[in-house]
Design a binder for this molecule. Structure first.
Ligand SMILES: N[C@@H](CCC(=O)N[C@@H](CS)C(=O)NCC(=O)O)C(=O)O
Length: 211
């Protein structure tokens, strides 16, 4: 059976879980796998030593975007990748935006406040401050995009929404929140997504929420 490795505190692991739970794809999930130290098991599936790592009887893969795109080809179409070329392009853009800009900001806050202390390290307050300083630009971009929109791309829930919502759970775990007076569209959006069946199921599996 297909297997996914990676602790579900990771926004990238959560992204694959959100995708498979929405698509109704079954896999075994080993939530005990951390990215550090790099175990032989993890490196045998993803030589980059990062989570998520995925394997089935045909392939071993890393990278959440690659894993979701592979599963879409294998089991889809699920409707989670837009049909219209321009919407498809934008959805992939939001996937990248999450991996780079959002994680650069939220990852710093989460890693230092939550992950480092869990691993016996200390919170680097200057790194937290850097992350907090980067956050408004990220939230402003989403706030503008979500004006009058239910979903980020087109009229349907897509891989763009799956990607973008993931780091918000890490933001809340790190004791930050989305200010409703500054980012009302972002808050409305994540709260509406949280009610979706596959999202509620995934967040419950991960002990995560957007509040
Ligand atoms: N772009 C990758 C990022 C994966 C990633 O950075 N995962 C983190 C955990 S959230 C990790 O494994 N970090 C350990 C490392 O970079 O060595 C993806 O989308 O899967």
């Amino acid at each position: 059976m297909a297997q996914l490795l990676g602790i579900n505190l990771s926004p990238f692991v959560r992204k694959v879980l959100l995708y498979v739970n929405e698509a109704g794809i079954e896999l075994e999930h080993d939530d005990s796998v951390l990215p550090m130290p790099k175990t032989d098991l993890l490196l045998s599936i993803n030589p980059r030593g990062k989570i998520p790592a995925y394997s089935d009887d045909e392939i071993k893969l890393g990278e959440s975007s690659v894993i979701c795109a592979y599963l879409e080809k294998k089991h889809g179409p699920t409707g989670l990748y837009p049909e219209k070329p321009a919407d498809y392009g934008m959805a992939l853009w939001y996937e990248k935006y999450m991996e780079e800009e959002m994680i650069a900001a939220i990852g710093k806050i989460f890693f230092n406040r939550v992950a480092a202390p869990m691993m016996g390290g200390e919170c680097d307050e200057s790194a937290v401050a850097e992350g907090l300083a980067m956050l408004p630009a990220v939230l402003e971009l989403l706030e503008d995009r979500l004006q009058g929109r239910e979903f980020l791309v087109g009229d349907n829930y897509s891989i763009a929404d799956i990607s973008i919502m993931c780091p918000f759970a890490n933001l809340y775990m790190a004791n930050e929140s989305v200010d409703p007076s500054v980012y009302p569209n972002v808050l409305r959006y994540i709260q509406a997504l949280e009610k979706r069946e596959s999202v509620a199921k995934t967040l419950a599996m991960c002990g995560a929420s957007f509040s």
